[in-house]
Design a protein around this ligand. Sequence first.
Ligand code: 5GP
Ligand code: MN
Length: 325
Amino acid sequence: MGDSVQKVVAALKDADCFLLSTHINPDGDGIGSMLALSWALKKMGKRHVMVIDDKVPEMFSYLDGYQDILPYAEGMLLPFSPRCLVALDVSNIERMKRVTSLLAEGGQIINIDHHLSNSNFGDINLVDIKASSCAEVVFNIITGFGFDLDMSTAEAIYTGIAIDTGRFRFAGTTASCMRITGDLIDAGARISLIADRLFYDNSLETIKALSEVLGTASLYLDGQLVVSSLGNDFYEKNDKEKIDTEGFVNYPLTIKGVKVSLLLQEAVKGVVRGSLRSKDDSIDVNDVARIFGGGGHAKAAGFVVNEERLDAVKAKVIDAVKAAL
Ligand code: 5GP
Ligand code: MN
């Protein structure tokens, strides 16, 4: 766990001129955590900016404050020189890419996360691996400030929890996570609208990509591993921008007898992104992802390999899973 919620609360109260960020390929937990904390900082009259080294996914545009998130740009001008970088849902510092270059010399890093693989790269590290999501950790910080929850904050936190618990199904869905969720609904979170935006807003390209992925599913290691893929040819033939593969890796995992699901994608030629999921306590996919320079959680992890063919990566990951089983 490292540092306490109280220590983070005190550090945030003490400092000013914050830079909030999350990992590349940002998901609902990273974006929701950032926005929730930004509302709290705003209430305290603290100057802050939100910057990510990626596009800001349009699917989160229903969240208040979404339009204030800036994509990193070379030479970008900020209204102040950030003295404190708050990393949210970031397992290692490299996952923020160039955002770290915006922090003033000698500035402080506060690392708020829930990844098992977190490298404790901050000056202050609040890493709660039992939390369902980074958003749940942010909820505890905001409670520590003593603020009442408002609807904007509640919806940002709800988004993080809903995404990272796989819609309240994964092991992180504890009683305390559900109690927090109750508080968020009491505070006005529009859960039905959020579900529509997160899960019922797919493009036709995404559904066709799902069909492609499911069509490639094959079993290995006596049916304990399922591998599927979305190759570069599919991405080239379709509008890349409209394809969102979040959650696809979970479908093949539902096959009876399967313990691990691997999805490999090559959206950019020569860059292979792997997603791993486990449904068996005996296999920790974070360990497997680490072999390929990635990380994550015991049951959900990922990695990126450059300059290798998808089939070559596939053969290596199959070997790594075989060794881990
Ligand atoms: P996904 O498969 O959905 O991309 O990621 C699953 C989990 O693994 C997430 O918690 C994510 O943060 C983590 N993850 C994905 N890709 C990487 C990576 O390249 N490096 C690290 N350290 N973690 C990753
Ligand atoms: Mn997360």
